[in-house]
Design a protein around this ligand. Structure first.
Ligand SMILES: NC(=O)c1ccc[n+]([C@@H]2O[C@H](COP(=O)([O-])OP(=O)(O)OC[C@H]3O[C@@H](n4cnc5c(N)ncnc54)[C@H](O)[C@@H]3O)[C@@H](O)[C@H]2O)c1
Ligand SMILES: [Fe+2]
Length: 395
């Protein structure tokens, strides 16, 4: 049944293909800018990826204004303010993020501060706080998971309060997302697996959360199918270009899906565990996903049943009794999780991830304040959240 009303918006130009990054100067020119600040991190620099960016600029009349490479995993307000100083000092006119969710979100947040001529990111926390257009931002994802390349949100940690804050505005969409397999082949198996499970969570939560709609479903289904076929191959052989391209496209499609239908309790629990226990986002998603699907099953059985087709394939779908398809989808997610554990040690439980059992209560408390909970199909109170966390700890 179609929703009585919905909205769908996805304004990011996507360029995908081998050597797609070479188009970067042309795209900047099209946007009328010529001195971008590149925002990246040490892992991306050490993987040697900035040379592709530099060589793309070599054959153009564009100038790299500066490179800010000091983004930690899970960026914070202090990092954003330091990137803003570098932008101003070097008279940059635009931003290019080269990295995973952390550099991409840092670039979005820095863009808020420079465009508003402000010195305090915190003034813009929450939704729709921006009133005028921001500087052009082009993103080059080097992980395949967050979907931040096509979303209007930046997730930034407040170190003092130990919370992950979101900054959301339709003005924050990147102008262009460039998916080039050269940028993801260097990702180690563990990060490939964790970020891939983030993309799978985006797609599966998009199909089950209360703002789901036929267009976000179409993107999410396509993403789930690609992840089901390609994530294990990308983890087994990082140089497999076909698998890397499939995962980059899947992450982007899942991002388009969830930025319209939103995500739910798996993300609420994950944001809280990320902020309080420094659990990497993708690891948290992988652990919580089957529990989130199970918890919501009374409201979402038919949707989770449908996911068996893209995730398990046609044969699996046909041979499974229609009353058991939802359980089978969840079982396949667990099988996937097990395979990733065997291939690269991706933790299956909070205990395996090194989270202390004493943190379960604070994480449950924090999760209730997370914005994603609004879009979860079922209500979730403190005791419910704690019960899920205990299962995810011991599983
Ligand atoms: N804005 C959104 O819509 C959105 C959605 C989901 C998650 N997030 C946020 O994104 C962040 C996580 O991003 P992430 O999972 O992409 O990880 P990340 O950006 O933190 O990167 C993880 C690690 O991988 C390394 N790395 C990245 N690409 C590499 C490559 N090609 N080769 C070698 N090493 C590489 C990095 O150097 C880093 O050490 C979290 O803060 C999360 O909250 C944002
Ligand atoms: Fe996510």
């Amino acid at each position: 049944m179609l929703p009585a009303y919905y909205e769908f918006f996805s304004p990011v130009k996507i360029i995908s293909g081998n050597k797609a990054l070479d188009n970067l100067p042309f795209e900047l020119d099209r946007l009328g800018v010529r001195r971008p600040l590149i925002i990246t991190d040490a892992g991306v620099i050490n993987a040697g990826l900035i040379r592709y960016v530099k060589s793309a600029f070599d054959s153009s009349n564009m100038i790299i204004g500066a490179i800010f490479d000091d983004v930690p995993p899970d960026s914070s307000t202090d990092v954003v303010h330091r990137a803003v100083e570098v932008f101003r000092h070097n008279r940059c006119d635009s931003l290019v993020a080269v990295g995973g969710g952390s550099p991409m979100d840092t670039a979005k947040a820095a863009n808020i501060v420079v465009s508003e001529n402000s010195d305090d990111l915190m003034k813009y926390e929450g939704a729709d706080r921006l009133k005028s257009p921001v500087k052009p931002l082009i993103v080059v994802p080097t992980t395949a998971g967050t979907g931040s390349e096509v979303t209007f949100v930046a997730v930034i940690k407040n170190m003092q309060k130990k919370v992950k804050m979101s900054f959301a505005s339709h003005l924050l969409y990147p102008k262009v997302a460039i998916l080039d397999p050269r940028m993801t082949v260097t990702m180690p198996p563990f990060i490939t697996a964790a970020t891939g499970m983030d993309a799978l969570t985006h797609a599966m939560e998009a199909c089950t959360c209360i703002q789901k709609n036929p267009i976000s479903d179409a993107y999410a289904f396509a993403a789930i199918q690609l992840i089901g076929k390609s994530l294990i191959n990308a983890v087994k052989d990082g140089k497999n270009i076909e698998a890397r391209m499939a995962m980059a496209n899947a992450s982007t499609m899942a991002g388009i899906a969830f930025s319209n239908s939103m995500v739910g309790m798996v993300h609420s629990l994950g944001h809280a565990a990320g902020a309080l226990c420094s659990l990497p986002h993708g690891v948290a998603m992988s652990i919580f996903l089957p529990f989130g699907l199970e918890y919501n099953l009374n409201k979402t059985r038919s949707f989770v049943s449908e996911l068996l087709l893209p995730f398990g394939g046609q044969e699996e779908f046909v041979r499974t009794d229609k009353n058991r398809r939802a359980e089978r989808t969840i079982a396949l997610v667990r099988k996937f999780q097990q395979k990733l554990y065997e291939l690269c040690g991706l933790p299956r439980s909070l205990r395996e991830a090194g989270v202390s059992e004493t943190m379960l209560e604070p994480v449950a408390g924090h999760a209730l304040n997370d914005g994603s909970l609004i879009f979860n199909p079922e209500e979730l109170d403190y005791n419910d959240a704690l019960a899920v966390l205990k299962k995810a700890y011991h599983q």
